[in-house]
Design a protein around this ligand. Structure first.
Ligand SMILES: [Zn+2]
Length: 145
């Protein structure tokens, strides 16, 4: 656990209640990145419950460190949500999850000069982001939550 304090009053769009019981352990850079993304989108971003108990979360997950959230933007095509997240420099890791009940993104602020990118298929397997999956996201607006 890092000794960084969250200044919730600096956020325009999010409150601690949206981040569960460990809200004050969330990394401020992650929260500011989410707030900026939310501002640019002009529409709500719903934070998913902490996935710590979910099956299939990757080893070395950023979630327990308060450095990651899973989320979706209702009514926004997943590709548009991803492109907007890509423009948010705070996010060093972004995962695309078209097969969640509410298709969305994992965003994190992992340490190091890393730009981690991946997507997870219907079988729960992880893959690099390629033209193929972007084409599927463009073509299949069923990936809109
Ligand atoms: Zn995640």
């Amino acid at each position: 656990v890092e000794l960084v304090m969250v200044d919730w009053s600096a956020l325009r769009h999010f409150t601690p209640g949206e981040f569960g019981v460990d809200a004050d352990l969330m990394h401020p850079v992650l929260l500011l990145g989410l707030d900026g993304l939310r501002e640019r989108l002009g529409r709500p971003i719903l934070i998913h419950p902490d996935p710590a108990t979910e099956l299939g979360h990757v080893v070395g997950s950023q979630h327990p460190r308060g450095r990651a959230v899973d989320c979706h933007a209702p009514g926004l095509p997943l590709l548009d949500f991803w492109l907007a997240a890509e423009a948010t420099l705070a996010f060093s890791g972004i995962g695309i999850y078209p097969y969640w009940a509410n298709p969305g993104l994992h965003v994190d602020v992992r340490e190091g000069l890393i730009r981690a990118r991946w997507w997870r298929d219907q079988a729960g397997l992880y893959h690099p982001v390629t033209a193929g999956v972007l084409y599927d996201l463009m073509r299949d607006h069923a990936f809109m939550a």
